[in-house]
Design a binder for this molecule. Structure first.
Ligand code: FAD
Length: 369
């Protein structure tokens, strides 16, 4: 007889929520992760009394009360509101694009004045059927916003000219005609007090976990332990790349400790032009209103991806989608394997969406029986 009902490969949010819910339903779970810690990409490292978002800044936000109540079982959330700044060509601007940004750009003081400029620029520079990212952005917000905030930032992010990037990368570019710097439109937002590890610890309390264990290094032995496998790693790796390799964009994070209590006065500052090689600087203490004497900042550099680097953003072009669909079809063939999470679904998901999809998967399976 097998020792576990589920072997869960990956201790990120998807795997952790799945394990938690199945344990509540009296199923026995074993969670493994190849990294030397739990939590996947939401993991925080404790340094100098601060929670350092090791895999990039994470701000929790959702409109779904059920998801909000769900995460609040495991942590108290503070009242952090994400209001990033943008530095472009020597000037600071508020984000997201709103009346403050327009005042800083053009000196406009009323919505009517700002709208007039944007509409005029869309008419002058916009095109009817945009063929690339540049044309798409120009037709959505006009020249000034595009050139100040979008062009060089996007080129740094993707390592390609805006005219060579597909239009679909930018579906919408919301502009707000109120003086509101709150980046997200969602009703609920915050950072868990004690960091994201508090949530992961709560989810995985009383569940057997093993870190530093790569599924593929002892697959047979691990599979022999459980009835079913929940796999949250890269889907192409699972199928030994038989239909080809899915591509990603990667990031490199450079952390710096500074002997001062406040480096940039805000948690997130975007660097929108190409005179800086990084796209953002994160100052972690501001996520938690920290009062420490020192501060830690992280510079975020977009990078080309290869198999030895972390896979951060899927490149959802036609080529990759075609490959992904083949893996997905094959993944449906076996009842003993369950696939979920951002890497197995080859999709960018926010945290609240991953939690939602993991809960949905548990619901689906539990009703089956
Ligand atoms: P992961 O957290 O990646 O977990 C998968 C785990 O599987 C990993 O720990 C990996 O080590 C493990 N694994 C893979 N292969 C194997 C193997 N062979 N053997 C063993 N273990 C394996 N979301 C928000 O809501 N707000 C934000 O502000 C936000 N900011 C983000 C910033 C960045 C830079 C990025 C990249 C993402 C951000 N997200 C944000 C999204 C968020 O990180 C994801 O929604 C979430 O972490 C996905 O969880 P997951 O469990 O699917 O994947």
């Amino acid at each position: 007889e097998k020792r576990y009902d589920y072997l869960i490969v990956g201790a990120g949010l998807f795997g952790s929520v799945f394990a938690h819910e199945m344990t509540k339903r009296n199923k026995k779970c074993l969670v493994i992760d190849k990294r030397d810690h739990l939590g996947g990409n939401v993991y925080c490292e404790q340094k100098e009394g601060m929670n350092i978002h090791k895999y990039g800044a994470h701000i929790f936000h959702t409109n779904d009360k059920k998801i909000w109540d769900y995460v609040n079982q495991f942590a108290v959330f503070n009242n952090y509101i994400n209001s990033p700044l943008s530095l472009s060509k020597g000037k600071l601007y508020n984000l997201p694009f709103n009346m403050n940004t327009f005042y800083q750009l053009w000196g406009t003081k009323t919505p009517t004045e700002a709208k007039k400029i944007i509409d005029k620029q869309i008419q002058e520079y916009g095109v009817e059927s945009p063929k690339n990212l540049e044309e798409q952005a120009l037709s959505l917000v006009g020249k000034d916003i595009y050139e100040t905030f979008i062009k060089e930032y996007t080129e740094k992010q993707w390592g390609k000219k805006a005219t060579e990037l597909p239009a679909f990368i930018i579906k919408r570019l919301p502009v707000r005609f109120t003086y509101d710097n709150n980046y997200f439109n969602d009703r609920y937002q915050g950072i868990p007090v004690g960091g994201y590890n508090t949530i992961i610890d709560g989810l995985l309390r009383d569940i057997e976990t093993r870190v530093g264990v790569d599924f593929f290094e002892s697959r047979e032995e691990l599979e022999s332990l459980a009835d079913k496998v929940v796999y949250t790693g890269k889907i192409d790796e699972f199928f030994e790349y038989k239909y080809g390799q899915l591509e990603y964009r990667s990031l490199r994070f450079e952390h710096e400790l500074h002997d001062m209590n406040n480096y940039q006065g805000n948690a997130v500052v975007n660097y929108n032009d190409t005179s800086y090689p990084y796209t953002r600087i994160i100052e972690h203490k501001h996520f938690e209103f920290g009062k420490q004497d020192k501060t830690i900042i992280t510079k975020e550099y977009p990078e080309n991806w290869n198999k030895d680097k972390e896979a951060y953003y899927p490149i959802n072009n036609d080529k990759n989608q075609t490959i992904f669909k083949k893996y997905r079809e094959e993944s449906k063939l076996s009842e003993n394997y369950i696939f979920g999470g951002r890497l197995a679904e080859y999709r960018y998901y926010d945290m609240h969406q991953i939690i939602g999809s993991s809960l949905a998967k548990v619901g689906e399976i539990s009703k089956d029986k």
